[in-house]
Structures are given as structure tokens and as C-alpha cells.
Design a protein around this ligand. Sequence first.
Ligand code: NFS
Length: 652
Amino acid sequence: MSNPEETKKKAEPRKKSIDPAALEVIAKAEAEGISTVFSRVDEMKACPIGAAGSCCQLCAMGPCRLVGKGAEEKTGICGATHGTIGARLMVRAIAGGVAAHSDHGRDIARTLLAVAKGHAQSYGIKDPDKLYRVAEMMDIATEGRELNDVAAEVAQKALDNFNGTAGDELTYVSRAPARRQEIWRKYGLVPRGVDREVVESMHRTHVGVDQDAEHLLDQGMRTSLADGWGGAMLATDLSDVLFGTPKPLVSQANLGVLSKDEVNIIVHGHEPTLSEMIVAASQDPELIEYARSKGAAGINLAGICCTANEVLMRHGIPPAGNFLHQELAIITGAVEGMVVDVQCVLQALQPLSEKFHTKLITTSPKAKIPGATHVEFDETRALDTAKDIVRMCIDNFENRGDIAIPQYTGDLVAGFSHEYINYMLGGRYRASFRPLNDNIINGKIQGAVAIVGCNNPRVTQDEGIVYLVHELIKRDVLVVQTGCAAHASGKHGLMTPETMQIAGDGLREVCEAVGMPPVLHLGSCVDNSRIMTILSQVVEEGGLGDDISDLPVAAICPEYYCEKALAIGTYAAASGAYVVFGVRNPVGDCDEVVDIMSNGWEAKVGGQLVFEPDYDKILEMVMNRIQEKRQALGIHEEKERVLFDMAARREL
Ligand code: NFS
């Protein structure tokens, strides 16, 4: 039974975080007997049977646990094999993740439709050029038409993609390289509708339906592609249309961005619709004056999780931290209001907020937390609702007690949309990925790796992310980031142009010439779709093969914790990328499933999804993959296969 975390914990007490701000607040919590995710994870051992995919709870004949001697040969009461059980668990997790991202995308599409029809208060179309480009990709005519007309048709087409009424294939499948589309069609992996794939996954994993692990996992890939080339890609595009396409800007990250004398409001969750309006409300002169009348110096807005990324990318609002910082922010005593919508919001925030003066405000019609204040958000009075919420937080300022804000921040540059990267590389008159391709071909850049995903309290916060970013740029690998992994690098100062100094000579030379950091912040987790777009454009640019699977690239999710991460990892693999997750394999006991997702998918789609808790091994696996791909492309210089030891890791 594999549970690396448990074994490691016995050998050496695990450090909870490498972030000094986090450590300071965790120490305060421990001293005051306040429960946090960091203390609860020690009190609750992971169930080793469930942790490795050996427990099936899908019907009332069970739960069936396939453990003990000869576990691999055992079956559930219905006869389901270990492989079938593992595949069903994996496919259900993927479907859960896809549903979350895509429902977010659907809400953005609905907002765009409401804007086009004049029903949404205070929203507009901030990037009409992007709207026209999206319309073109959707084969929607733009010539001589009113902006709102085009917007309505684009929004409707997006909604049709969710409903499955846009045609036999999702519209954006056509954005993938031609060879990739052929592979998907050959194996029946082209998604037909976002909702349809999620529903079919739930159906096929119901007891007594699909019982072939490989066939089930094909549906897992198809469902995930409905996210990466459907729901999430639409969420990114339509958010850019509504709220603006990001351009580089400077900001700071970590708990030190909280203000000691202003009203601190934290936006936490995922959907930019609400947070955009909170940004506007927090800058409203009347409300700032109101805050002053209550004794505060002003209003200070900060973010947590992917909402933080949305408002960072477009407004430079500083992130107070990543997933594991949500409780810590409240424990500083300096947060008047934490405004949440959907996903990654810990229920523990509510009892915690009662120990302090923080008002926890839920806003989504989809997500309530008992005990929290619910102010339901709807787009017809978006700005008014946001103002009500900000006023509520200002009124709470007078209840503030002692505060302890850890004085740590990292400077960072964020805001790299795929459009901006294209422009940055080529310049205004010749925007192109050519310089990137050329520098990969000449070896100054060895390859590119996406380091993405969450924090997980079962592993030291930020350790894997920061270590891998550091080691990869040293080896001339360009790093792109999203999600909470991007916050980690931001907090630790790895997203500034100065980071070039620790990059390898080749990568540094390119970064200096282009004027970019070697670690690029591409946004929230739905913005992993930007990475798919970049990879497709790099293939299209030429010289590096004819498919994503030919490129010297990989993706790493070192500290994942949730189903959304598994959905993203699966669509990246199904798109031809080599994907490595840390922490543990959720189906690690199911040999057949492990083999299908690695060797099987490699043979079928040229990508794989593998799990490896050891960061040095991940580094070695990824570097070797990059070298193998360079060799296959004939751009490889003879180098030893890379093997790293523990010493290199501790150098950091
Ligand atoms: Ni991504 Fe964003 Fe963070 Fe993980 Fe949660 S916030 S959608 S799931 S924890 S990276």
C-alpha cells in the first residue's frame, strides 16, 4: 500500500511550509490552539485503502476494499476488477474537475450574453478585438455587424458548446494542430459537448455499465478535452473579452500585502465576474470616503486562490497567498471581509472567522456555508451588490482586534496572455512565436515546462513548486505557471526579470534579449488553456515537428489536491504532453490503470499522466523527456542523461 507521506512523516517531522509568512502564522495558530488545515492534516491520517484506489463505494453491496494478499486479483462483489474500479474512480474525478471548470465557463458565457442584451449592470466588452478574433475562430461573421450582435452570437455558440448543440465536435477542437485532431478522431476522443461528456462519464462509471478500464479511461480523456479545449478555453477567452486580455504588470504577493490601517477585503474562489465588480467598488471614491469616516486609511483589496489570479492578471491586485493561505489570512486578525464564490473554499473558514472579526461572505447561488453571510450575486445588479459587500466590510472595521501581519512579500510580474507572449517575442509588426521556436532549435532554450496546480497540506507548502522552478530555469528550461503554483513562485520572488540571474546562460540570453522573466505567470487554472493555445501556435510556427507530442515540453503539478487538477493533467496528456503529478497516485494500487495512463496513453496519444512524489525524480523524468524529444527532432546536442542527487535539491 503506497502512502509516501505517511512513511516520510515517521522518518522526519514534515516542515509545514517553506514560506516564512506561513510559518509565522502557523506558529501563532499553534500557540493559541487554533485549528488549521496544517494541524488537522496531522490529526487525520489518509485512509491507505482509499488513497491508492482500492475502495469502491459506488453501490450499496459494498463498499468493497480490494486489499490484503493477492489484492490485485480480487474483485468487488459485482465482480469489478481492480482495474475497472481504479478507472471508474479516475474518470469520476476527471468529470468532477471538468464540471467545475466548465460551469465557471458557462457562467462567463451567460454574463457575456446578458451584456450583449443589455441586462448586465456595469459590465461591458473591454476587448472588442478579442471578441472579433473569437468570433472568427467560431466561424461567426463580424463584417458590418454591431458589437453586441456579435457578442450575443459568440455567447450563444459558447453555450451551445456546453449543451452539446454546437455540432458533432466542440468548436475549439479546430484550434489544435491538424495531426492532434487526427489522433483524437482516430481514437474517438473528440468531445461532443461539455455537459454530454460529463454526463456520459457519470453514466459509464455507474455500476454495471462500462467495465473495460482502457475504454473507461478513453472517456476520461474525452471528458477532460471538453475542459481544456472547451469549458476552460471558453472561460479564458470570454473573460478576456469581458474584462480585458492581460498584459504584463507588476505586483506583490503574500500576507504582507494586507494593510495595517486600511479595510482589508479578500476575494477568494474562482469566477472573475464577482471579483471584477469588487475591484470597481473598492475604488469607488464614495466608499473610500466612507471607509475614512470609519477610521480606516482606505480600502485594500487582495486575493486568494484563482480569483486572486484573475484580478492580479487584469488589475495588478496583489495575491495574499495560495490555497493554504486562506485560513492564515484570517488569523492575522486584519481581514474585515473574505468574499468567496466557488471552489477551493474551506468550510473551516466559517468557525475560524468567528474567532476573529472577519465576515465570511458567500455570494454564489451554487455555494452556501452554514453560518456565513450570504449576499447573492446576480449580474443584473452586479455593481450594487459589490458595493453592498464592500460597505459591509467597512462597517466591520471597528470590530478589529489585535492584528499580526507577517511582513513578507515577493515582487512579481504577471499578466502574460498568449497574445502578449506572441507580441513580446516578435514585436508589434511581426508578432510571432518564431523567436521562441528558433531558440528552442538552437538549444539556448532546451524546452518549456508548465508548473501548475495547488498546494496540499500533505506535503510541505510551496517546496516542490519552488524547487522545480529553480532547477528547471537553471537548466535552460522556460517555465510557465498558473494557479496556486504561480502564487508560490510569486511569493518567493521567482517571477521578476531578476530571476534571469539564476537561469542557465542560454535562457538568460533569450530573456535579456526579449526582456522577459524566465518564469511567466499565465493566470488562473482555467488559463491552462492559454498553454494549449501557445503549444498549438508553436507547432504551427514550424521547425519543431507537427504535433504537440513532438515538442520538448512537459507539465508538472507537484502539490495537487483536487479533481480539477486531475482534469487538467488528463487533458494535457490527451493533448500530447508528458504530465507528472506529485503527492501520490490516487489509483496507485491499480496496476492496470497506472499502466494505461502511462504506457497506454503514450502509445495512443503521445502523452502520459504519471505520479511521482519525489521532486528529484520528477526533475530527472522531465529533463530526460525533454532530451528525448530534442533527439527525435534532431536538435539534440550529445549530453549525458541527467541524473540528480539529493545534494542538488538541498542547494536551494
Ligand atoms: Ni486550481 Fe484554482 Fe489553487 Fe488548486 Fe484550487 S485555487 S482552479 S484547484 S488549489 S490551483
